[in-house]
Design a protein around this ligand. Sequence first.
Ligand code: SF4
Length: 326
Amino acid sequence: MFPFTYRSASSVPEAVAAAAKGARYIAGGTTLVDLMRETVERPDAVVDISTLPLNKIHAADAGLLRIGSLVTMAEAAAHRAVRGRYLVISQALEASASAQLRNMATIGGNLLQRTRCSYFRDVSADCNKRRPGSGCAARGGANRMHAILGTSASCVATHPSDLAVALVALDAAVQLRGPAGERRLPLAELLLKPAHTPHREHALKPGELITRVDVPEHPEGLASGYLKVRDRQSYEFALTSAAVALHVTGGRITTARVAAGGVGTVPWRLDAVEDALIGQRPHPKLWSQAAQHATRGARPLEHNRFKLPLLTRTVERQLTEIGDSL
Ligand code: SF4
């Protein structure tokens, strides 16, 4: 370990002021502490935000859901309104990490967790994300777990969050507080594809803090769920995953939200699959036909070509699961 200063913030403005001067936010600590131990991250200062009043869930009658950024993963997964209206969020959270980690890790931290690319966490390896300009060891190395969508010559690491996949499917947004005040950002704009700057993973300005996640209103009776395919059934990251939310009015699909995890450098919205579903009558063949669009634009690497058919099957299976319940 290396020396750093620690302080506990007693208010949001105090935390933001410390972060604006370079301190790193720490709450559950389930990502940052690991990275500091491995010297991947070496902050001079951390500011503890775990006691700030950002730990409530508000569910309005209209269906709008507001989740404080310090709500733990376990609390959000078990919340009655989350389970009742947005089962896809609960299932994504329950498929994440381990019970111990879900009891500590927060919603905000989960969205901003860093990649699990093993080369990123090995300080002796070349990694453009950790050391810009050094190269990407994964491109010519072991890349079975890596991304097939949204990649660049600079980086092919996946975004590891299951929760983010569900929230992107539901068009969620984050509320931010920074030195210049508050602003709101769609989650799909918060997380950045690597392009030529893989070390820039999010669109937060210096000092900005996620204070809340807002899930917009969706039709009552929206059926949703999350399927995660992985090498073992617990405490493992996704090879592929699918978040699906569907609603039918007058016998036709009027809402279709589909996103994939384990395959993209960011949570990947499957627009082409959604387009194939909207306006159609639910039918077993439709799920299979729509899922064929899931891999549009994908570019597999040497060891992860298997993700192409696996993603198609994951999306088809989850569409079938949700479609049969309509
Ligand atoms: Fe680093 Fe990204 Fe390459 Fe992994 S895939 S080694 S995170 S640049």
